[in-house]
Design a protein around this ligand. Structure first.
Ligand code: 13P
Ligand code: SF4
Length: 367
């Protein structure tokens, strides 16, 4: 179905307040402060982390590991002391993804897993909207993000006020928000979606037209897969919008047998060149199941490293666009989070309550 329109703040004519920075209270007194453990590389650290190094030895050199292992050991011990769980997105670096995370996945898997957490503290290794989603689903738990400046170009592209203006412009048209949005935006929409379930969510509304925000490229991808008319927003992921169809054609010319898989946040000319399109979890499963000889993963770089660590015999061709926001999360900051209980994610309870409805409506959709 062709797109029914694509809107941005300038098309709505309303006075749009500056996008509010993510709210974050400094260091709450939720428990005792711990002292920073020793971060020396010792024979004991080497022994205690040897089994973890086995998981990443294809992608982390023996020269780098002594700098990481003391943090890995300290984080894994303090998680137990704090009764904390670490949720990490597929774009986190291998030493986080494979060595300290308890739960890994795409945005949908992380949201679902967040509903099952029993620990007192959730440490979200990902970006701010992901930590907000965990807090929305766990209002009584402490949710920490190691660096609250870890934003997202999609989440920054739209506010709750923009959604209210869109509703005025298109009365009665249901609104679907990609989870890559602030709690403020989630509170204004009918339902959330992720790249794993976007088409299913849009079709679940049984409406002839749906407003889909904020990713214009994911909106185009959804429009190409459904008969529902899509009204989109002009947001884009700064990582995926940089890939081009020319770049993909060059990979194929260099090796016609290469497999190319892409995330649906990419522009349409990129997706047209791909052998498979799917969320980060679907891309990983595709590589696990097909086991190609050579594959180009058109998404954030760390994901190829994480898959490479698991599947050393698959050759990864890395076009490598880094997400600067995801890369703000480091072992040192995760350790700080555990020691000093920072940085706590705080959401106005009224907004969280409304946002929860949109997120839970998505999670409760039957497959
Ligand atoms: P998924 O992991 O849900 O595919 O999302 C990708 C992404 O860009 C998250 O920021
Ligand atoms: Fe946002 Fe794109 Fe980074 Fe994901 S990869 S957090 S969508 S900027």
């Amino acid at each position: 179905m062709p797109m029914a329109g694509i809107y941005g703040p300038e098309d709505l004519g309303g006075s749009l307040a500056a996008h509010p920075a993510p709210q974050s209270r400094q260091q709450q007194a939720h428990g005792r402060e711990l002292t920073m453990p020793s971060l020396e590389w010792t024979p004991e650290v080497e022994r205690a982390t040897a089994h973890l190094y086995e998981r990443v030895k294809n992608v982390i050199s023996p020269v780098e590991w002594p700098l990481m292992a003391p943090y890995v050991k300290a984080i894994n011990e303090l998680k137990v002391t704090r009764n904390a769980v670490i949720l990490a997105h597929n774009y986190q670096t291998p030493e986080i993804f494979h060595c300290v995370a308890d739960i890994v996945g795409d945005s949908l898997q992380l949201a679902i897993e967040a509903t099952k957490v029993k620990s007192d503290i959730i440490i979200q290794c990902g970006v701010h909207f992901m930590a907000e989603t965990s807090k929305i689903l766990n209002p009584n738990k402490t949710v920490l993000i190691p660096d609250s400046r870890a934003g997202c170009s999609l989440a920054a592209s739209i506010t709750g006020a923009d959604v209210r203006l869109l509703r005025e412009r298109f009365p009665g048209v249901p609104v679907v928000a990609y989870v890559n949005t602030s709690a403020d935006v989630k509170a204004e929409v009918d339902i959330c979606c992720t790249s794993s379930n976007a088409v299913q969510v849009v079709e679940s509304l049984n409406a002839p037209t749906v407003i889909f925000l904020p990713d214009q490229y994911l909106a185009r991808y959804v429009a190409s897969q459904t008969k529902v008319k899509i009204i989109a927003w002009k947001g884009a992921c700064e990582v995926h919008e940089r890939f081009t169809g020319d770049e993909l054609r060059a990979y194929r010319e260099a090796d016609p047998s290469v497999q190319i898989i892409a995330h649906p946040e990419c522009p349409p000319d990129v997706l047209a060149e791909a052998d498979f399109t799917g969320s980060t979890a679907h891309m990983i499963n595709w590589v696990r199941n097909k086991h190609p000889k050579r594959v180009v993963m058109i998404t954030e770089c760390s994901m190829a490293d994480n898959v490479q660590a698991e599947l050393p015999d698959v050759e990864m061709v890395r076009p490598c666009n880094l997400c600067p926001h995801m890369k703000r999360i480091t072992l040192a900051k995760i350790l700080d989070s555990l020691v000093y209980l920072r940085e706590e994610v705080v959401i106005d309870p009224m907004i969280a309550e409304k946002a929860r409805r949109s997120v839970e409506r998505m999670i409760n959709l039957k497959n």
